[in-house]
Design a protein around this ligand. Structure first.
Ligand SMILES: Cc1cc2nc3c(=O)[nH]c(=O)nc-3n(C[C@H](O)[C@H](O)[C@H](O)COP(=O)(O)OP(=O)(O)OC[C@H]3O[C@@H](n4cnc5c(N)ncnc54)[C@H](O)[C@@H]3O)c2cc1C
Length: 473
C-alpha cells in the first residue's frame, strides 16, 4: 500500500470529543466509591445508556438512576462516530424482506421521528451539537454501484412513499457536491448530522441536572441478576431493581451475547478547515454522503469547513476482543485518508488533522435488537451495526419502558419481537470473518479502480450473504 499521506499521531480521543471537552469539560463524575442501591442501574455511557436514563427521568421524575461508564460519557463510539443521524430508510428494501412491509414502515417512521426529536432536544436543552437536518445522499462512488438503490426505490414505490427518496443522475448528484467521483444516487431529506461528542456531553449535563448519578471511569467487572441486579465495580457494587445493558460492542465479551454480535472497526480521517474548497464543491450545508461499497464510505462536513471521511467494515486482525486497534489502527486510518483524497481530489494538499476509530457491534440482520434476560429485570439494546446515533433515541425509549415495567406500543416493533441471528461459534468465526472481510475489502478496492474481482474473491466476499447474514455484497 502506498504511504504518501501524512497521518497525525493517535491522539487517544476522537477530535469530536477533544473539541467538546474544550468547549465544556462538564462537572466531574468521579468513580463509584462504596456500595450503593438504585431503582435502575444503566451500564454504559453512550447514546443508548444516556437516552435510557433520559427517558427514565421523563417517565418517572425523581427516579433514582445510576449510570456506570468505564471511560467517560461519549468516550466510546457515541463520541467517535461520523455524526450521521439517520432512520432506517437506507435499508428499506432489505428490512421489508426481513420484517415485512408494515413492520418495516413503522420502524422507519419511528426512526425518522427520532431524527427530528434529537434536533428538538438540542434546542430545548441549549445543546449546541451542530445539528443540521439537511438530509443525506447515498451515492455511487464507482460505476458498479450505479443502481444499487433499486431495492429501496422499488420498496418505496410499493409502499406509496413519494417523499422518502429522490433518485438523482450523475449530473444532479454533482450539482449537490461537485466531485467527479460520484455517479448518481438517492437523496433522502430525513437525515441530519451532529457533532456527536457535543451531543453526548450535552446529554450528560441534562442527566446530572435531573439527578442521575453518573460514575465515570467505573468499569463493571461482574454482573449478576436474580431478584435484583448487581453491578460490581472496583470501587463498590450497585444493587438495583432493574438494569439496562447498553454496552455496544463490549457486550460481545459477555457469554450471553457472544453469538449475537461480531465486531468490526470503523475509522475516520478529518481534514483541517478548508471552507473555500467546500465552497468550490458547493457543499456548504450539513448533508451527509455515503456510498454503496460493502465497506462503505461515509462523509460529512463541519461548520468550519472540514471533511470528515469514514470507512466501515474494517477488521483489525482477528478482533476477538476489543483492543486498542479499534480506537486507532494504522491501516484503517490510512485507508480512510487515502480514499478521502481519491473521492475529493480538490482537497489534495489539505492536511489530515486527526484520525481515530471505534468498534461496531454488527448484528446478523444489520438491525439492532432489544430484549430482556430470563428473570425480566435486566434489559439490553445492542447490534446497531454502525447506525446507532438516531436509533439509540428510539432504543432509549424501549429500554426505559422495559426497565419501568411499563407496556409500550414500541414493544411490537420488529427490533423487539424478532430474534437476532446467531453467528457461528469460535474458533470458526473470527478466522472465517477475517478471510471474508479481506475479500470484501479487496473487491471494493478493485471496483473503486474500475477493475473486476476474480471469481474466487467474488465467491468468498459473497459467502456471508449466502449464509443468510446481511454482510458484504
Ligand atoms: C468510527 C465510527 C463511526 C460511526 N458512524 C456512525 C454514524 O455516522 N451514524 C450512526 O448512526 N452510527 C455511527 N456509528 C455507530 C454509533 O456510534 C453507535 O451505534 C452508537 O454510538 C451506539 O451507542 P451505544 O450507547 O449503544 O454504544 P457506545 O457509545 O459504545 O456506549 C457503550 C459504552 O459502554 C462502555 N462500556 C463498555 N464496557 C463497559 C463496562 N464493562 N463497564 C462500564 N462501561 C462499559 C463503553 O466505554 C461505551 O462508552 C459509528 C461508529 C464508529 C465506531
Amino acid at each position: 500500500m502506498s504511504s504518501t499521506v501524512d497521518l497525525p499521531p493517535d491522539a487517544g480521543r476522537s477530535w469530536w470529543l477533544r473539541e467538546a471537552l474544550e468547549a465544556d469539560p462538564g462537572e466531574p463524575c468521579p468513580p463509584l466509591d462504596g456500595d450503593t442501591t438504585a431503582d435502575v442501574v444503566v451500564l454504559g455511557g453512550g447514546f443508548t445508556g444516556l437516552w435510557t436514563a433520559y427517558f427514565l427521568t421523563e417517565s418517572s421524575p425523581g427516579i433514582d438512576v445510576v449510570l456506570l461508564e468505564q471511560d467517560i460519557c461519549g468516550g466510546g463510539p457515541s463520541g467517535r462516530n461520523g455524526g450521521f443521524v439517520n432512520s432506517w430508510w437506507s435499508a428499506l428494501g432489505e428490512l421489508c424482506g426481513l420484517f415485512g412491509d408494515d413492520a418495516t414502515l413503522r420502524l422507519c417512521r419511528e426512526g425518522e421521528d427520532s431524527v427530528r426529536a434529537i434536533g428538538r432536544f438540542c434546542d430545548e436543552h441549549a445543546i449546541d451539537a451542530w445539528f443540521r437536518p439537511d438530509g443525506d445522499l447515498g451515492a455511487a462512488s464507482s460505476q458498479v454501484q450505479i443502481g444499487s438503490w433499486a431495492d429501496n426505490v422499488i420498496a418505496a414505490d410499493r409502499l406509496g412513499l413519494s417523499d422518502v427518496f429522490q433518485v438523482l443522475d450523475g449530473d444532479a448528484v454533482r450539482s449537490l457536491i461537485g466531485t467527479p467521483k460520484l455517479h448518481g444516487g438517492v437523496f433522502t431529506p430525513y437525515g441530519a448530522t451532529v457533532q456527536p461528542a457535543r451531543l453526548a456531553r450535552g446529554m450528560r449535563r441534562v442527566l446530572l441536572e435531573r439527578g442521575v448519578r453518573i460514575h465515570e471511569r467505573t468499569p463493571v467487572s461482574r454482573f449478576g441478576s436474580g431478584g435484583e441486579a448487581i453491578a460490581e465495580t472496583p470501587g463498590g457494587a450497585v444493587r438495583a431493581g432493574s438494569a439496562v445493558i447498553a454496552l455496544n460492542a463490549w457486550a460481545a465479551h459477555w457469554k450471553r451475547f457472544r453469538r449475537l454480535l461480531t465486531v468490526r472497526g470503523s475509522y475516520i480521517a478529518l481534514t483541517e478547515p478548508a471552507p473555500e474548497r467546500l465552497e468550490e464543491l458547493r457543499w456548504t450545508n450539513g448533508m451527509g454522503v455515503w456510498d454503496y461499497r460493502a465497506a462503505l464510505h461515509y462523509v460529512r462536513t463541519t461548520p468550519d469547513g472540514r471533511i470528515a471521511f469514514g470507512i466501515g467494515g474494517m477488521q483489525p486482525g482477528l478482533a476477538r476482543t476489543i483492543g486498542p486497534r479499534f480506537a486507532w489502527d494504522e491501516r484503517g486510518v490510512r485507508v480512510a485518508a487515502e480514499d478521502l483524497y481519491r473521492m475529493f481530489p480538490s482537497f489534495e494538499g489539505v492536511p489530515i488533522e486527526a484520525a481515530w476509530g471505534g468498534p461496531i457491534d454488527v448484528a446478523g440482520h444489520h438491525a439492532p435488537f432489544f430484549g430482556s434476560l430470563e428473570g425480566g429485570t435486566v434489559h439490553y439494546g445492542l447490534g446497531y451495526t454502525g447506525n446507532g446515533v438516531g436509533p439509540a433515541h428510539l432504543g432509549g425509549q424501549i429500554l426505559a419502558a422495559k426497565a419501568l415495567g411499563q407496556e409500550s406500543d414500541l414493544f411490537s416493533l420488529p427490533i423487539v419481537t424478532e430474534e437476532p441471528m446467531r453467528f457461528p461459534p469460535e474458533p470458526i468465526r473470527s478466522p472465517g470473518a477475517l478471510v471474508a472481510n479481506k475479500a470484501i475489502l479487496h473487491k471494493d478496492e478493485l471496483e473503486d479502480r474500475g477493475e473486476e474481482a476474480s471469481p474466487l474473491v467474488e465467491f468468498v466476499a459473497r459467502l456471508p450473504r449466502r449464509l443468510g447474514y446481511n454482510l458484504g455484497p
